[in-house]
Design a protein around this ligand. Sequence first.
Ligand SMILES: *[C@@H]1O[C@H](CO)[C@@H](O)[C@H](O)[C@H]1NC(C)=O
Ligand SMILES: *[C@@H]1O[C@H](CO)[C@@H](O)[C@H](O)[C@H]1NC(C)=O
Ligand SMILES: *[C@@H]1O[C@H](CO)[C@@H](O)[C@H](O)[C@H]1NC(C)=O
Ligand SMILES: *[C@@H]1O[C@H](CO)[C@@H](O)[C@H](O)[C@H]1NC(C)=O
Ligand SMILES: *[C@@H]1O[C@H](CO)[C@@H](O)[C@H](O)[C@H]1NC(C)=O
Length: 576
Amino acid sequence: MKIFALLSLVSRVTAIWPAPQSFSNGSSAVWLAEDFLVTYNNHNLHKRTEETRSTRISSLEIVQAAVDRARKSIFTESFVPWKFYPRNEIDKFEPPANGKSKTYIRQLEITQTTPDNSATFKPLAGQVDETYNLTIGADGVASITAVSSTGVLHALETFKQLFYLHSVSGTAGVYCNLAPVNIRDGPKFGHRGVNLDVARNWFPKETILRTIDALSWNKFNRFHIHMTDAQSWPIDIPALPELSKKGAYQTGLSYTPQDIEDIQVYGIYRGVEVIIEIDIPGHTTAIGFSHPELITAFREKLWHNYCGEPPCGQLKLNSTAVYDFITQLFDDLLPRVSPYSAYFHTGGDEIDARDYVLDETVKSNDTAVLTPLIQKFIDHSHDLVRKAGLAPIVWEEMLLDWNLKLGDDVVVQTWINSASLDKVTARGHKALFGSNDFWYLACGHGQWFNFNDDTFAAHYPFNDFCSPLKNWRLMYSYDPTANLSAKQAALVLGGEVHLFTERSDPSNLDAIMWPRTGAAGEVMWSGRQDSSGKNRGQVDAARRLSDMRERMVIRGVKCEPIQMAYCTQYDGDCTW
Ligand SMILES: *[C@@H]1O[C@H](CO)[C@@H](O)[C@H](O)[C@H]1NC(C)=O
Ligand SMILES: *[C@@H]1O[C@H](CO)[C@@H](O)[C@H](O)[C@H]1NC(C)=O
Ligand SMILES: *[C@@H]1O[C@H](CO)[C@@H](O)[C@H](O)[C@H]1NC(C)=O
Ligand SMILES: *[C@@H]1O[C@H](CO)[C@@H](O)[C@H](O)[C@H]1NC(C)=O
Ligand SMILES: *[C@@H]1O[C@H](CO)[C@@H](O)[C@H](O)[C@H]1NC(C)=O
């Protein structure tokens, strides 16, 4: 019993998610004055109206917008934390509502110690110093220091999480009862991302933007959009308008160049770099709706013989027309992407050799024939990526299955299982982790095929390939670099959580993604181990993640609950 009591005490110290690298608190209450002044270096950031906002990429605009969001969030989206205290006892933990000598925070002083540079808003992994310090004195003096504006953004997310709504005072009363608070913080990994497949189901721009918001609250800094796949082509390419006109699920269900720019800029304003993937040469069936001549094994009826999932189809491998197509596509898209991103993902997963037997430009499935052709194709694609000033990312098969020679600038993204990271880094390549044994959000939702009388019995009870569901506790237990040498670990830029969307669309996106993805976010920001080297525990994490979940729900992201309210009220009772 004593241990549980101690743990529950410890767990109440902070509800910050992801956990800061260093945190200390007192137990004084400070209230936030509604008209609190924010200074940013020598600027006063007053409360602004909607109309005066800009989307120019400048440190001042970005910080000012983040301060606007923080004000709104704290005063209109804070919650009374009744779920986190024994029932009907919250008043014992809250500061008195009408104390005569309430201490107010009247000013938040933000100091950015070095100016941002051209890499700040489209960094390679590790190029931006994201660290920050945050202090709130018992006297109400509050300050943030950070090296970059990105660090300021993270600090403001933490700041928002320090306040609760008072059960009696109502909206006028938001308090922090942990002063003095001292936080020193910074991320373990420089690339902390989510990969969302927007090709298997259609996701309107608003859904994408909401997801970027949620990522920024959890201190993610990358949003990888798996833009195209076999099933649909939801992006307009002005040089090739027929692609989305015929390849989107419905004409109009596609992102315009303006949408793409809006999404990227929206991300930059939140410290989230948007990385676009056009998956080639496999997973390209959707191109065949407008350009059947470029695709081999297009919608082959006996799909088992040509791909892992229908519809089959790959770009032909030794075709001048395909090369011209890629050049046209990339020369249109990449210069529009590169002002706002350092990376471009060229895919490269699950190339099915069998398709090339049907490809009249190849007529072979022989690895010895195919490998040089794939090498040439990737070299061509990556030259175009580099010409646009971008660094290529590829899926692991390019290196591990096809043994291609990839440039030193190429980042290899693993997905097949957690052992792939060892293999990629052993070969000296920069790598991203996140695999279907820990971080695939789609797992466990069951099969999407329809089984007929012949196949019903063999597939009963219709589990999907990576069942069971990866619950947040499992995702939180993933220690990606655990088995790597120091030399290998140094090549790991970070990782991504994956959502391939055969079974999801905007209706269930939030619940599938959150708060589980937050658990992965803490692994990437705080690290699997705490500062004493111990693996972070679920008891502490559950309460903090539940607190974060409440904040996300109020802000409009419909996260699942992680426990019964009983467990957060009496958290010792729910420990096994
Ligand atoms: C930090 O906060 C917790 C939870 O409110 C409290 O129990 C603890 O006493 C605080 N620490 C100090 C040094 O006041
Ligand atoms: C945060 O505080 C530590 C310790 O005082 C200091 O070394 C570090 O430079 C500070 N970081 C920032 C971003 O101000
Ligand atoms: C690729 O196409 C060229 C030109 O048609 C042809 O000469 C060559 O044999 C083809 N290569 C393979 C491996 O089929
Ligand atoms: C190519 O196809 C033949 C005939 O189906 C098969 O025996 C062989 O294993 C295949 N080779 C590869 C590399 O897939
Ligand atoms: C590391 O090795 C242990 C022991 O073999 C294994 O259980 C664990 O899954 C491995 N972790 C990763 C991330 O590969």
